[in-house]
Ligand binder design. Sequence first.
Ligand code: ZN
Ligand code: ZN
Length: 263
Amino acid sequence: MTPYIDGHCHLNSPELREDVQLHVDKAVEAGVGRMLVVGSDEESSWEAVDMASRFSPQGVRASVGIHPHEAGRYPDGIPSDLLAMADRKEVFAVGEIGLDYHYDHSPRSVQREVMAAQIGWAKVKNLPVVFHVREAFADFFSLINDNPLGDAGGVVHCFSGSWSEAKMCLDLGLYLGFGGMITFKSAQEVRECLSSSPMDRIILETDSPWLAPVPYRGKTNTPSMMPLIYRAASDITGRTLSSVAQSVWQNGKDLYRWGEQDV
Ligand SMILES: [Zn+2]
Ligand SMILES: [Zn+2]
C-alpha cells in the first residue's frame, strides 16, 4: 500500500512536542511516510527544522515561516536568521503564511505586508508556499495578483472557502489541503470542494494538534489520525482508498519535491 502523508502538522506545538518521538512512531505505525512540520514564527520554525533533522528517516520534513497570527511581532520584516533557515536541507516549503481575518490576531495591514514579503522570499529560494487563509480570500487573491508566486507554487492548507474560491485557487495552480474538517457534519461545503477538485491537486493533512477528525473531534489531533482522513476522502470522492493514497502521495512529491528516499 502506498504510504500516507500528513501534508501539514504541528509536532512542534506545545500539545505535541513533549511526546514527539511517540507521535512520530505512532504515525509511522499507521502508515504515514511523510509529515510536514510547519513553522508559525521564528522559534517554531527552528523546532520544525530540528524535528526534521532528528526524524528524517521516519519521513519528517520542515516548512518555515510566519503565520498571520504572529505577523504583528514582525513589523520590520522577516528576521535574517529565519530567511537563512530556508537553505537548510530539512526545509521543503515556506509557511505557513497568509491572512486570517477570523481571529485578527495581527493588524490586517501587517498580515498583508508579512505575507507579501514571504512570497518574495519563497520565490528567491524556489520553495513552494503553504498558505493559511481564513475569511480573507478577496485580499488573498488581490495580494497574489500583485505578488505572483514563483514556479514552485503552493497550497492553501485546511481549505475552508466556497467552491468559487476553490476554483480561483486551482486556476492559480495552487493545491488545496483538506483535513479533519471533511468529517464534520457542518462542513458540507468543504466536502463539495473536495469532491469537485481534480484529484491531482489535493493534499491531505491533520493540522494536528487541532481539528481532530470525527470520532475524536475536540480531542488532541496527531499525525497518526491520517488514516481516518484518507478514509473520509475516499468516501467523499468515491474513489478507493488505495487510489486516493496513490494520488496524494504523488501530489505531495510534486508539490514539496521531497523525493522517495527513506520510505
Ligand atoms: Zn493554518
Ligand atoms: Zn497549521
